[in-house]
Design a protein around this ligand. Structure first.
Ligand code: DGL
Length: 265
């Protein structure tokens, strides 16, 4: 079982921010990444639809005989974790709880901001996860839908991104948050812009980084680390790979060589 790969899925290219952190922290592991590029975005879809997509993506990975599932997509994590745990007899790590945990440890004034897709914000999954750990922390959320296309366009530090960030974040800044959870796969690419807009007083929580730490912890506590490093990574997508290869290379910071197209529905 420890020899097996870890399965990671996302709605598309964004989950590569999580994969990148996993490659850094767990270079000995085999990884299988699935981007559901035929049906992206998940962030504007209903919970019912996202849950169905998540089950189909996870089923594909389970068929690859993975030892663990990582739901890299915040929108999918916010609606599907319990269902995936119940359906597949495997450890499942999502991105919500790790980010929530870090935010609770970092906040000094008990006011935490969360940004994500419309679906993630509407689900209130981060709010629930934070309140489960620290009921008194005040959570203020904002959907930032333009950040996803800006990151994919390579405009994460463009003046347009600054303008959008100012508009989206103003209500959270007004509430006096001292910690901001980047609750979407794409947002780590906007860190510089967000830091400039927010200034030094607000700490950013990168869910991708926190998730890779949780994966490492889960592997260790289940005795699952792979004994024979180094590991390899295989990539699958549900639409033609052209765009995934182009945009994904910049998300991952290295070229994506072998990407296969599959059908999962
Ligand atoms: N991966 C999604 C997330 O983290 C963002 C892109 C989408 O809407 O599918 O919520």
């Amino acid at each position: 079982m420890p020899e097996r790969a870890i399965g990671v899925f996302d709605s598309g290219v964004g989950g590569l921010t999580v994969l990148k952190e996993m490659l850094r922290l767990l270079p000995g592991e085999e990884l299988v990444y699935l981007g559901d590029t035929a049906r992206v975005p998940y962030g504007t879809k209903s919970p019912h639809t996202v849950l169905r997509y998540a089950v189909e993506a996870a089923s594909f990975l389970v068929d690859q005989r993975v030892k663990m599932l990582v739901v890299a997509c915040n929108t999918a994590s916010s609606v599907s974790l319990k269902a995936l745990e119940e359906r597949f007899n495997l450890p499942v790590v999502g991105v919500i709880e790790p980010g929530a945990r870090k935010a609770v440890t970092l906040t000094r004034n008990g006011r935490v901001g969360v940004i994500g897709t419309e679906g993630t914000v509407a689900s209130a999954a981060y709010t629930r996860a934070i309140h489960a750990l620290a009921p008194d922390v005040e959570v203020y959320s904002a959907a930032c839908p333009l950040f996803v296309p800006l990151a994919e366009e390579g405009w994460a530090e463009h003046p347009v991104a600054h303008l959008a960030a100012k508009e989206y974040l103003a209500p959270l800044v007004e509430r006096g948050i001292d910690t901001l959870v980047l609750g979407c796969t794409h947002y780590p690419l906007l860190k510089n812009t967000l830091r400039q807009v927010l200034g030094e007083g607000i700490t950013l929580v990168d869910s991708a980084e926190e998730t890779s730490r949780s994966v490492a912890e889960m592997l260790a506590c289940r005795d699952l680390p792979r004994p024979n490093p180094p590991g390899q990574t295989r990539f699958f997508v549900t639409d033609i790979p052209t765009r995934f290869v182009r945009v994904g290379g910049s998300f991952l910071g290295c070229p994506l060589d072998s990407v296969s197209q599959v059908s999962i529905d």
